[in-house]
Design a protein around this ligand. Structure first.
Ligand code: PMP
Length: 457
């Protein structure tokens, strides 16, 4: 085994870490954290510290760590057939089985699954297919995509553009043309504090309608959104938001892409967020929970309406000019099949729903009256606590104070519990594996109370 010092040195010298302050890391100001093993909701670092992972990695290890059914399936597939491609009609039993399992569980009117590796490339696929679709339909000007401020859809060129967070645009020359951002359905951060929830929803709808009128509906191809805003702050939509938005989209013949990378396969306590909120998607993006991150796999579930036109397009133009080498990689597909079986055999989706309600309730009970806790919110096993400087007048802390990161760091240092400081605002996010128990939820809540006390008094 490598000595810690050498590992730290090699890490700093060689490893370009994503979403990391590169200069600080290279200077050694932020410690390398090397994870060695994991089981259930716990991960263990190289020094044997056990950390309770209340964010399931990057809200992806839904089945929990160390599931032998999944690792066995991966090993068996690697032995039998580690790889073959899926171009020109090729496939494997694992990839075909997984596409059938996904469609059997998907909302109505879904037709086919296109596999990718991660959420970003799946959303790139979606936008390309939507542009292809409108070209085949003879409306080449209908190409713009509307996303929301604070939406997160990836960090590629188009998907980083769709992501409505400044950090992902700044200095990268993004967003690209053809990407527009509209109002986030974030009631707690409404500008007009006097607005009721219903008035705020009406404001979101009006903003969207004004944007469509300004740009011209014949230039707008699609609207993309997560059922619950994730990385942008873990924000469930206000009541009535989705039905009202869907009505506008239908009126203007604008496709709906529902990004279920976080919500797909049970995190909200329903198989899909689309089921949860009654969304009628044209395309659904899936990733993370599809394999519980045991292997990288994503998918675009394509609705029947699009599929028909894509088929027509290939009759007119030849094979679809879009493919990844690792599309439907058999090892990843085998992980997906085993993962969905584990989730269902152990009834983990219902556990996610029940424990989510318990965790949110316990956080609200313990912290709701704290003078600097402005909001405790969540849906299913996805919740957040948002901190404010002044609760009565809802004044936020200055970002330079880094209150969210400080609380997350205190939580880790004092209690070995991981919750995520969300990237924009002082928001602590919780999205543990679905196998969380009541006792583990209690540990998370007690640790959070202690960390909040240490930073904010
Ligand atoms: N969409 C959503 C809703 C996500 O949360 C993420 C990742 N957090 C992505 C897309 C991008 O996925 P990936 O990082 O696998 O490319």
């Amino acid at each position: 085994m490598l000595k810690n010092d050498l590992l730290d040195q090699w890490d700093r010298e060689n490893f370009f870490h994503p979403s990391t302050h590169l200069a600080q890391h290279a200077r050694g100001d932020s410690p390398s954290r090397v994870i060695k093993t994991a089981s259930g909701v716990y991960i263990e670092d190289r020094d044997g510290h056990k950390l309770l992972d209340a964010f399931a990695g990057l809200y992806c290890v839904n089945a929990g760590y160390g599931r032998q059914e999944i690792t066995d399936a991966i090993a068996a597939q690697a032995k039998e057939l580690a790889y073959y491609h899926s171009y020109v009609g090729h496939g494997t039993e694992a990839s075909i089985t997984l596409s059938k399992m996904i469609l059997d569980r998907a909302p109505a009117n879904m037709s086919k699954v296109y596999f990718g590796l991660g959420g970003s490339d799946a959303n790139e696929t979606n936008i390309k297919l939507i542009w292809y679709y409108n070209n085949i339909l003879g409306r080449p000007e209908k190409k713009k995509i509307i996303s929301r401020w604070r939406g997160y859809h990836g960090s590629g060129l188009v998907t980083g553009s769709l992501t409505g967070l400044e950090l992902f645009h700044k200095k990268f020359d993004l967003p690209l043309a053809n990407v527009l951002h509209t109002q986030a359905p974030y009631y707690f951060r409404r500008e007009d504090l006097g607005q009721s929830e219903a008035e705020f929803v009406a404001h979101c709808v009006t903003s969207l309608e004004e944007m469509i009128a300004r740009e011209g509906a014949d230039t707008i191809a699609a609207f993309i959104g997560e059922p619950v805003l994730g990385t942008g702050g873990i924000v469930p939509p206000p009541a009535g938001y989705w039905p009202a938005i869907q009505e506008v989209l239908k009126k203007h013949d604008i496709l709906l892409v529902v990004d279920e990378v976080v919500t797909g396969f049970g995190r909200l306590g329903s198989m899909f967020g689309s089921d949860h909120y009654g969304l009628e998607a044209d395309i659904i993006t899936i990733a993370k929970g599809l394999t519980s991150a045991y292997a990288p796999l994503s998918g675009s579930i394509i609705g029947e309406k699009l599929w028909k036109v894509l088929e027509q397009g290939t009759d007119e133009n030849g094979p679809i000019g879009h493919g990844w080498t690792y599309s439907a990689h058999p090892i990843c597909a085998a992980a997906g099949v085993a993962n969905l079986k584990v989730i269902e055999a152990l009834d983990l989706m219902n556990n996610a729903r029940d424990l989510g309600a318990y965790l949110k309730g316990a956080l609200a009970d313990a912290l709701g009256d704290h003078p600097h806790v402005g909001d405790v919110r969540g849906e299913g096993l996805l919740c957040a606590v948002e901190f404010v400087k002044d609760k009565d007048d809802r004044i936020f802390f200055d970002t330079s104070e880094k209150i969210g990161p400080q609380i997350s760091a205190a939580l880790l240092a004092q209690s070995q519990v991981i919750a995520r400081a969300m990237p924009q605002g002082d928001i602590l996010g919780f999205a543990p594996p679905f196998c969380l128990t009541h006792a583990e939820a209690d540990i998370v809540v007690a640790a959070t109370v202690q960390a909040v006390g240490a930073v904010l008094g």
